[in-house]
Design a binder for this molecule. Structure first.
Ligand code: SF4
Length: 289
């Protein structure tokens, strides 16, 4: 099987078989992300993909989960995606779920009918980076979408029946924009109301000077207690219905899991407790991407 490295997948796809239906990310401009900087974006040909699927089907008979990589597989046009999904379900008879990353532009470009066709063909779950709900910050980090576009695109996917897992980034606004970032991100997440929501803590690689150029001279790193206070403010402002919220990514200082808004009070108490006992937070050397 062909894998063009580097290869990324969400933590919850650790046991999924991965096929790269695209290489790279069609956007590839977010200031905080160097995942696909070394790749020239392309959609893989049917010949190449088919040969990978056939080869994998011979080796792995009981596959129940497949993840479509790379950065925004939903960019593929509807008919090609339907062809891929149909072949996957034919070749892996035990397949229960196919998932992929999606960006706001991918979702805005597709009609509600096309999204429903893709969903019914078996692409069930989408992972989507909200990152922040602060418009000024979205512009700075070159997300390529406004807060309103994030809401509209995400709602479009949820209304089409996808299970939706969204991601936000703690610390993205730095010290100065922390409060706005927390409040606006909570507002956007609440309007989307995804089934799953995760928070990562910002980590910038040494070779990503582009991030600091985009953010400007005034941008300052937040320390771990400031990150926790930002998380607390975000949670306080969430208005979510039955959303599984996690900070279990290795970048975070405090791993928590809850259903919001149901467990909001418990979560706020956990964070207050951590703020009083910072020695229990994950040490820097154990944080990783
Ligand atoms: S859309 Fe996602 S994969 Fe692409 S550059 Fe932005 S964060 Fe990275």
């Amino acid at each position: 099987m062909y894998y063009d490295m580097p290869l990324y997948r969400p933590p919850s796809e650790a046991y999924s078989l991965i096929f790269q239906v695209t290489l790279g990310c069609s956007h590839n401009r977010c200031a905080f992300c160097i995942a696909y900087r070394t790749k020239k974006f392309c959609i893989r040909s049917w010949e190449d993909l088919k040969s990978d699927i056939l080869e994998a089907a011979l080796s792995y008979r009981r596959i129940d989960k497949i993840f479509l990589a790379d950065g925004d597989a939903l960019v593929i046009d509807t008919d090609y995606m339907l062809q891929i999904l149909s072949f996957l379900y034919e070749k892996f008879p035990h397949l229960e779920r196919v998932s992929a990353y999606a960006g706001p532009a991918n979702l805005l470009e597709k009609s509600p009918e096309d999204l429903q066709r893709i969903r019914k063909a078996g692409l069930q779950m989408l992972y989507f980076g909200i990152e922040t709900g602060d418009d000024e910050l979205l512009l700075k980090v070159k997300k390529g979408a406004t807060a309103q576009e994030l809401i509209v695109s995400a709602r479009k996917a949820i209304d089409a029946g996808f299970v939706f897992s969204a991601i936000v980034i703690l610390g993205l606004g730095g010290k100065k924009a922390s409060v706005t970032h927390a409040i606006e991100t909570a507002r956007v997440c609440s309007a989307i109301n995804p089934q799953y929501l995760s928070a990562l803590t910002l980590m910038i690689e040494d070779d990503n000077q582009y991030f600091f150029r985009c953010m400007g001279k005034e941008w300052e790193w937040m320390d771990k207690l400031e990150m926790l206070k930002e998380l607390r403010l975000m949670i306080e402002n969430f208005n979510l219905d039955n959303c599984v919220f996690r900070t279990n990514h290795a970048s975070n200082y405090l791993p928590i899991k809850a259903t919001l808004n149901h467990d909001k009070d418990r979560l706020l108490k956990e964070i207050d407790n951590a703020l009083k006992n910072p020695e229990h937070l994950r040490p820097e050397f154990l944080r990783a991407l």
